[in-house]
Design a protein around this ligand. Structure first.
Ligand code: DGL
Length: 280
């Protein structure tokens, strides 16, 4: 059994391209449609109600592309909107990135103490703590919002003095000398994997960094198998990019996250119409 419709992937901006990259590597047969809501980024500083309304509009646009599955490649949207989106799109499978990120953290920790860095909204909602403790109830979870990291990643400042200073300021207090410190750091925001090199440089090799990209790609593969939804073998799969603002900027900054050159001409500018539920 096969299903040749594309998979829809959504993020508030370009960070979700780190998940798209892992999906491309793990699922080379699949056609992918990616939507970045760049006009309304960041989601991470907004209220849960606003993020839910935006996310609903975004997935409704993906549905117009006849997608067979939706991946919420945004931690903020996954943490506050996964349940309502899954309900609204039933029976279409919807996968978020928080559970796969939690799974990666639980697999990596040796001492049972995980730190999670994310946006303010993800931290406030506590979804990572719940997801980690659902998988391993005795694990201690320390959460920290690092909103400036989103701006650094967007600016392409993935290393250098300013980036390292910001990392030191946010993260060193989580790892005091001689204290009971986490041995694993979950990058609970899709923007953060591009800062992984600089974070490792500051924290050293005693802390294992994990993100949700690869575990999400595995969760997608499992769901495709489970539901008989995998694409039939094909020579070259397609990726379609859409953004709600500035295709030029999406292509330039997105190339850093995607790890491949994206041409501005390959990015379609789209408008998200308010969903009925968001208007009421
Ligand atoms: N994509 C968001 C996330 O993974 C980060 C950017 C934002 O705040 O919108 O949480």
């Amino acid at each position: 059994m096969s299903d040749n419709r594309p998979i829809g992937v959504f993020d508030s901006g370009m960070g979700g391209l780190t998940v798209l990259k892992a999906m491309r590597a793990a699922l080379p047969e699949e056609d992918l449609v990616y939507l970045g809501d760049t006009a309304r980024l960041p989601y991470g500083t907004k209220s849960a109600d606003t993020v839910r309304a935006y996310a609903l509009q975004a997935v409704q646009l993906l549905m117009q592309h006849d997608v067979k599955m939706v991946v919420i490649a945004c931690n903020t949207a996954s943490s506050v909107a996964l349940g309502p989106l899954a309900e609204a799109l039933k029976p279409l499978p919807v996968i978020g990135v928080v559970e796969p990120g939690a799974e990666a953290g639980c697999a990596a920790t040796q001492n049972g103490h995980i730190a999670v860095i994310a946006t303010e909204s993800t931290v406030r909602g506590g979804a990572y703590e719940r997801a980690i403790n659902a998988q391993a109830k005795d694990v201690t979870v320390t959460q920290l919002a690092c909103p400036l990291f989103v701006a650094l990643a967007e600016e392409g400042w993935t290393d250098g003095e300013v980036t390292e200073a910001a990392i030191e300021r946010y993260l060193l207090p989580l790892f005091p000398e001689g204290g009971e410190v986490p041995d694993t750091l979950v990058l609970g925001c899709t923007h953060f994997p591009v800062l992984a090199g600089a974070i490792s440089k500051v924290l050293g090799d005693k802390v294992t960094l994990v993100d949700s990209a690869e575990t999400t790609a595995r969760a997608v593969a499992a769901k495709l198998d489970e539901n008989g939804l995998a694409h039939a073998p094909q020579k070259k799969s397609a990726v379609r990019f859409m953004a709600t603002d500035s295709p030029d900027r999406f292509a330039r900054v997105g190339s850093v996250f995607f790890g491949e050159e994206i041409e501005p001409g390959d990015v379609e500018l789209v408008d998200l119409k308010p969903a009925a539920a968001a208007q009421s």
